[in-house]
Design a protein around this ligand. Structure first.
Ligand code: KG4
Ligand code: ZN
Length: 347
């Protein structure tokens, strides 16, 4: 086991949903590289992720991706000091694939495997950007399964400020896209057709905009789209206008609450993480309005907004650095398909 202070090379493995991601993170040199296989095309015919297909595809992808990545970085399995894998939350079967591979490989190499919280990976991913934020900061986590505002004091120091009381923002994008007959995943599809539409032609609510807390609600917004779509046959132009108004409504609420969280915490940095963070309207509005308050917004590099191995390797590396070295290798493991971020302990 490497002594305290020596740089550590961490292999990160992400398999919580429909992306197989691997990455190599060096605690002194940073991210060396990452590789991703998206299953989006495979699930597209079904309009959403089919868990069994996802698990089977992860089995096929993780080791070949790891071999390719090592070769590209001029490294070998024997150079790796620890393996970080997504332990949860996510699809149980998909998580088990990553956990089994991580533990099997770690056992063969005589190194530890460490389970990482998927959302911690997303939360910390803006640290891979240049410039990167410094602790403490506010984090807006907007993915397909979560919408949360957190105060991040350091690695493992997460205080939940507010969250969605029903659908996640990404889920609302996905469901709305389905209602409009668009493909999966819905977020990029809504964003794409919204470019040709005008917000305001249809009128949608801004749920909980003035609720005075940091919670969100997106299910009413989706229902309002359903009502608007049901009343008439929508032309392509109507769909574009509806998508534009839906996107504007979701972004208005996300931005207003994010800015309110900055005010309340008296912090001047906010990071946006998770797949919806790829939304350009959200980026533009938040960046402009935060700047007016003297605050900075940080995003992960665009390729690392959605699920990836780099954020898992990074979280593993930061935890190891803070712990002063790799933990003892353990043979037993579990996955945690349901796992609240505030149950996580400090690094
Ligand atoms: O973080 P992520 O890759 O997976 C989860 O952990 O959920 O987020 C996926 C979500 C999906 O709901 C997808 O529709 C949404 O992120 N998304 C977007 C955009 N790109 C991806 N939503 C809005 N605008 C986008 N450009
Ligand atoms: Zn995710």
């Amino acid at each position: 086991m490497p002594p305290t202070g020596k740089p550590l090379l961490i292999l990160g493995i992400e398999t919580s949903c429909d992306e197989s991601g691997v990455a190599l993170y060096d605690t002194s040199r940073g991210l060396l590289g990452h590789k991703l296989h998206s299953q989006v095309a495979m699930h597209a015919d079904y309009g959403g992720v089919v868990p069994e297909l996802a698990s089977r595809d992860h089995i096929r992808r993780v080791l070949p991706l790891t071999r390719e990545l090592l070769a590209e970085c001029g490294l070998q399995l024997a150079d790796i000091n620890a393996i970080a894998y997504t332990q949860g939350p996510g699809l149980a079967g998909a998580l088990l694939v990553g956990a089994s591979i991580a533990h099997g490989l770690a056992y063969a190499l005589g190194i530890p495997a460490m389970g990482i919280h998927h959302l911690e990976g997303h939360l910390l991913s803006p640290l891979l950007a240049d410039p990167a934020p410094t602790f403490p900061f506010v984090a807006l986590l907007v993915s397909g399964g979560h919408t949360q505002l957190m105060r991040v004091g350091g690695v493992g120091d997460y205080e939940l400020l507010g969250e969605t009381v029903d659908d996640a923002a990404g889920e609302a994008f996905d469901k709305t896209a389905k209602l409009l007959g668009l493909g999966y995943p819905g977020g990029p599809e809504i964003a794409r057709i919204a470019e040709h539409g005008m917000p305001g032609k249809f009128k949608l609510p801004r749920p909980m905009l003035n609720s005075g807390d940091f919670n969100f609600s997106f299910s009413g917004l989706k229902t309002a789209v359903l009502t608007a779509a049901r009343d008439k046959t929508l032309s392509d132009a109507d769909k574009a206008d509806l998508a534009a108004e839906f996107q504007a409504a979701a972004v208005d609420v996300l931005v207003a609450k994010a800015l309110a969280a900055l005010e309340k915490t008296e912090l001047n940095q906010i990071v946006v993480a998770g797949g919806v963070g790829a939304n350009l309207r959200l980026r533009e509005q938040l960046t402009t309005r935060a700047a007016k308050m003297g605050c900075h917004v940080f995003y992960p590099p665009l390729a690392l907004c959605t699920d990836n191995g780099a954020m898992i390797a990074l979280a593993g590396g930061l935890r190891l650095s803070r712990a002063g070295g790799a933990p003892q290798a353990k043979l037993a493991f579990t996955v945690r398909p349901r796992w609240d971020l505030d149950e996580l302990g400090p690094a």
